[in-house]
Design a protein around this ligand. Structure first.
Ligand code: ADP
Length: 414
């Protein structure tokens, strides 16, 4: 129980007139209103609970309306009045059904739920409001809560309105902008890919000697042209994938994906690069029969990115290991570990931010866009999993892709 501080004099109980003591226009209107003609009668005869709630509504800075009694007589405050347009002042003190014949049925269900004791919230409800002589639609978060008398019996419903129009409009605009960026990049990437594919195609013809013999120097140049072309294609793919993820328009075809097959395919694809850099590529743990519930192509993309990074950031003679572990039949961890340069503790979370490279100097020895891990983590999360890292400078890194378990691809016979 709380007690009043010593220096506050004892107060008289609130009387009918004192509840309208506020300075607002609605408080003034309440004082002179002909309450005797309404079903709730004169303020002097109101129950203490109605006097208290009415005072609270009139003093509140946010839009509120109290619907009191069986016919839901309306008492609203100055902020609410601004939304009423030409309906004010006719509807003040009047039963709600008579005041809003055109829209009352829309609120009826929420009103009856609150009248039955529930507190109901409606997010971003579109409401027709009349402001500055104009009628327009605006969005509000509306709250309906029961208003009880001093015996705990529900006698009315308190409606609060929090306008979300600017917020909702800003969100819509932001979504549209992200979408427009994704559409633009999709067109651009198509335009860039066509000449790049031509560069790749003609380079290959020259490499094959179709246009005549190629000297060793020319072959070296052609290899570099081809590598540059592949790198640019990779950048375009990364930027497009990231933008689509951001816009929420990247499609995921989720199914049961056999891990053994998928990891064997990944190892085959990076085998040549690992051998060239004199790195050992190992598999550990049995993947026989294990399956994840995911989009196979996206999982492959994530694993290839992790393997590609491990190869990039590990010096010759190092070891890269892929291992799998099933956790309680619910999820599967696929880990890619390396014995490379590692990542400092305060850079660990940054590597998942878009466009972040730990060594961001233009003179860095490894290429890349800094998008690979950002894309990989978002993809993992969109498939109900995650991508995490543990690392130590000079010892190596371990990236773990977690995905939900799929249905096993083989069954053992008991
Ligand atoms: P990038 O295209 O630059 O490789 P990523 O998003 O894949 O982009 O990686 C971001 C950064 O994280 C890399 O530039 C590198 O600094 C760091 N990183 C990623 N994988 C490893 C790893 N296996 N070992 C050390 N550093 C790594």
């Amino acid at each position: 129980m709380t007690t009043a501080p010593h220096d506050v004099p004892p107060r008289e109980p609130t009387t009918g007139a004192s509840i309208f003591a506020g300075k607002g226009a609605m408080a003034t209107l309440c004082s002179s209103y002909a309450w005797a003609t309404t079903s709730i009668g004169c303020p002097d005869d109101w129950p203490a609970s109605l006097r208290a709630v009415a005072a609270l509504v009139l003093a509140a800075p946010t839009p509120m309306v109290l619907l009191w009694g069986g016919d839901a007589t309306q008492i609203y405050n100055d902020s609410y009045r601004e939304l009423m347009g030409a309906k004010h002042p006719t509807v003040f003190g009047a039963p709600v059904k008579r005041s809003w014949p055109e829209g009352w049925h829309l609120d009826w269900e929420l009103y009856t739920r609150a009248w039955a004791g529930e507190s109901v919230t409606v997010q971003d409800a579109i409401v027709s409001v009349g402001r500055a002589g104009d009628s327009s639609d605006a969005s509000f978060t509306l709250g309906y809560s029961p208003a009880r008398d001093e015996h705990g019996v529900i006698q009315g419903v308190l409606v609060t309105a929090f306008e979300t129009s600017t917020l909702a409009a800003a969100e819509r605009q932001a979504r549209a902008a992200v979408r427009a960026k994704a559409d633009f990049l999709a067109v651009m990437s198509h335009e860039l890919r066509t000449p790049l594919n031509a560069i790749g195609g003609y380079t290959e013809l020259l490499q094959l000697g179709v246009r005549g013999p190629v000297t060793p120097e020319q072959r070296g140049d052609l290899d570099r042209i081809r590598a540059g072309q592949q790198q640019l294609l990779g950048v375009i793919d990364d930027v497009l994938a990231y933008t689509k993820l951001e816009a929420g328009i990247l499609h995921f075809a989720v199914e049961d994906v056999a891990l053994d097959e998928l990891l064997t395919g990944c190892c085959a694809l990076v085998g040549h690069d690992a051998r060239q850099k004199k790195l050992e590529l190992r598999r550990s743990g049995s993947t026989g029969g294990l399956a994840v519930r995911a989009d196979g192509e996206k999982v492959q993309q994530v694993i290839l990115n992790l393997l590609g990074n491990a190869i990039k950031f590990t010096d010759p003679g190092g070891v890269i290991t892929i291992s799998c572990q099933e956790e309680r039949g619910e999820r599967i961890d696929v880990a890619v570990s390396d014995t490379g340069r590692g990542i400092a503790a305060n850079d660990l979370e940054c590597v998942f931010q878009p466009f972040v490279q730990v060594d961001a100097k233009l003179t860095r020895d490894q290429d890349g866009t800094g998008l690979g891990l950002a894309i990989s983590r978002q993809m993992a999360q969109r498939m109900g999993g995650d991508l995490t890292v543990a690392s130590e400078v000079g010892t190596g890194s371990r990236f773990t892709l977690t995905l939900p378990c799929g249905r096993s691809t083989h069954r053992t016979l008991d």
